[in-house]
Design a protein around this ligand. Structure first.
Ligand code: ATP
Ligand code: MG
Length: 345
């Protein structure tokens, strides 16, 4: 069966002056399988939101494709099914497929119009795409509200009268109302208190099981993603530097940048003798990218080769991709697999 989404060589450049531009997203290729949660992590400014916005057609890519296969093709190899390039859709075709790929944002307060009732906020994407009848709309909004744990009798209220966690539920309901297959969740729980965060993560998991959703889950913090991801992609200065199944990435990272990110994850065991591996120096400005490996200017292990030659993203171990010249030989440290009960946020 082919992947639900195949993100292929997506690049997004922003201009800094009339003559200069820089790639906020640089030749990113990823697949998203049906029912999967793929997380994208990395420090602020590495291009995660830009990638998400390109995928949902919030902004146009500079180049690349997002091949979408809504139906699955029952056993054919990737590329042979009814795939469409989501980024190339226009007009009516875009209107008919757009509801399939929706986004949830970090701060529901700034993405929810304060002058609209919660009912209208949730209903808006459906009104914009399908023009349902009034009764049908009422039914659908109430149904989704209940599904995400909102009290349907509160739908005439305005967003400011809801708590942070409830506002995030409104954002989720709004993303779900069109019946999407893919949700891009951009820092969907990052701003929430720890206890509320766990509730929202559990809600997202339940909704995934019930509705068969696939998530592209964006977060800067690795500790959030361990519990809910099938696979994790690590991004640095617009590029994917490591991509692996969650357990493999956490227990045995194959890129020094991932090792550094993991060393910053708080551990339950206070006796664990781990020093925090802080990368040397600052994140380079995205507009002033180092030669060779982009991470070489901050990497403890960098050699002359790293400063000259860019390592491609390639298999470093079974199904585990890394863009490091020394991925197979460096004894990088992960964090020990924790029992499910303690790894839940
Ligand atoms: N509209 C824009 N015009 C110019 N540059 C932009 C624009 N949007 C983002 N950028 C730049 O692109 C780079 C990537 O930004 P992006 O918001 O995608 O990062 P991010 O990984 O989501 O960061 P954060 O964790 O802070 O949300 C940054 O250098 C940012 O300043
Ligand atoms: Mg962002």
């Amino acid at each position: 069966m082919s992947a639900l989404l195949r993100i292929e060589h997506v690049t997004k450049e922003f201009s800094i002056s009339r003559t200069e531009s820089f790639p906020a997203v640089d030749d990113v290729s990823l697949t998203l399988e049906r029912g999967e949660t793929l997380s994208v992590v990395g420090e602020s400014g590495c291009g995660k939101s830009t990638l998400g916005r390109v995928i949902v057609r919030g902004i146009d890519a500079t180049s690349g494709a997002v091949m979408y296969n809504p139906e699955g093709d029952g056993g054919h190899s990737a590329g042979s099914g009814r795939e469409i390039d989501f980024l190339a859709l226009k007009g009516r075709a875009l209107r008919s497929y757009r509801p399939d790929i929706q986004m949830i944002f970090q701060d529901p307060m700034s993405s929810l119009d304060p002058r609209m009732t919660v009912f209208d906020i949730i209903a808006e994407p459906l009104r914009a795409t399908r023009r349902p009848r009034r009764q049908e709309l009422q039914r659908r909004v109430r149904e989704i509200a209940e599904k995400v744990g909102l009290d349907p009798s509160h739908l005439r209220r305005y967003p400011h009268s809801f708590s942070g966690g409830q506002r995030q539920r409104i954002g989720i309901a709004r993303a779900l109302i069109t019946g999407p297959k893919v949700i891009v969740a951009d820092e969907a729980v990052s701003a929430l208190d720890v206890s509320i965060r766990a509730q929202i993560i559990n809600l997202l998991k339940d909704l995934q099981d019930e509705l068969g959703l696939s998530y592209l889950f964006i977060a800067h913090d690795l500790s959030i993603v361990e519990y809910l991801s099938d696979r994790v992609a690590v991004m640095y200065l617009g590029r994917i530097v490591e991509l692996a199944e969650t357990a493999s990435l956490f227990s045995r990272p194959r890129h020094p940048y991932t090792e550094a990110l993991l060393s910053a994850v708080p551990q339950p065991d206070p006796d664990a003798s781990r020093e925090r591996i802080v990368p040397t120096g600052e994140v380079p400005s995205p507009t002033d990218r180092p030669e060779g490996c982009l991470f070489s200017s901050r990497c403890h292990y960098a050699t002359e080769l790293c400063r000259i030659t860019t390592p491609p993203l390639q298999e470093a171990a079974d199904g585990h991709l890394s863009a490091c010249h020394y991925a197979e030989e460096l004894p990088l440290r992960g964090i020990a697999g924790q029992p499910a009960a303690t790894s839940a946020p």
